[in-house]
Design a protein around this ligand. Structure first.
Ligand SMILES: NC(=O)c1ccc[n+]([C@@H]2O[C@H](COP(=O)([O-])OP(=O)(O)OC[C@H]3O[C@@H](n4cnc5c(N)ncnc54)[C@H](OP(=O)(O)O)[C@@H]3O)[C@@H](O)[C@H]2O)c1
Length: 223
């Protein structure tokens, strides 16, 4: 049987790169979606796919390339994300920053999933890398653009889960915890491996009927 094919967005560094590296080890056919392949450190065993999740032409080209080279997709990890406003509160929120953050963290994953849905086969999984910052059950005034975008991504997750359920495709959101990456910073309590484990649980270990939930470390968390 052919190895399952997985696309991970934002695989140039941080959690996306670690998830891609681990899935190469697991024997997946790994498509590493990266904005600028020229500047990326080599990722042995992965096929680098140019992909900017904010650019409709880039999404269309990536979809055409996957169709031509692989004919199908078994897993999509919507991991690419930005955090631009960690020092602001909602009263100072710049609408330009909000729009850019929504485009990257919420509308990009939606557009990419829509474009790739025809390639997803029964039993496929879509994993949206969200954040505890998007939980409406745990309100804060930290990083409003980022948190609003992750709340939107969670809502998109629920909608896509319902839309793809008839085709036997699972869609979930996951929080990796606070992780030492460029985004999380050096003071974060979690290692790259711990953060990636939280994401990989949904790719490798969750039961096939699990869909429409929000997870951290294999446990359901509140929206
Ligand atoms: N680190 C944490 O503590 C933490 C906590 C909760 C959730 N998360 C989530 O986990 C995910 C990964 O975070 P990280 O910590 O690994 O962040 P990171 O180290 O800053 O890496 C972000 C990745 O996203 C890519 N990216 C940004 N905009 C993109 C676009 N328009 N198209 C394609 N790729 C794009 C970046 O590519 P370039 O190299 O081209 O910039 C990079 O590969 C994000 O969704 C983040 O919100 C992280």
């Amino acid at each position: 049987m052919a190895a399952p094919t997985v696309l991970i967005t934002g695989a140039s560094r941080g959690l996306g790169r670690e998830v891609a590296r681990r899935l190469v080890e697991e024997g997946f056919t790994v498509l590493a979606g990266v904005r600028d392949p020229g500047t990326m450190k080599p990722l042995p065993g992965a096929e680098v796919l140019p992909l900017d999740v904010c650019d409709p032409a880039s999404i269309a080209a990536a979809g055409a390339s996957i169709r031509a080279r692989h004919g199908r997709l078994n897993m999509l990890v919507n991991n690419a994300g930005i955090l631009l406003d960690s020092s602001e509160d909602a009263l100072a929120l710049d609408p330009v920053v909000l729009r850019r953050t929504l485009e990257t963290n919420a509308l990009g994953p939606l557009a990419l999933t829509q474009a790739l849905a025809p390639l997803l086969v029964k039993g496929s999984r879509v994993v949206n890398v969200s954040s505890g910052g998007g939980q409406l059950s745990a309100p804060s005034n930290w990083a409003p653009a980022y948190c609003i975008s992750k709340t939107a991504l969670n809502a998109i997750t629920v909608q896509l889960a319902a839309a793809l359920k008839p085709r036997g495709i699972a869609v979930n959101a996951v929080c990796p915890g606070w992780v030492r990456t460029d985004m999380g910073g050096p003071g974060a309590p979690r290692s790259l491996q711990q953060g990636a484990d939280s994401i990989l649980w949904l790719v490798l270990k969750a039961g096939p009927d699990i869909s429409g939930g929000f997870w951290r470390d294999g446990r359901r968390i509140d929206w």
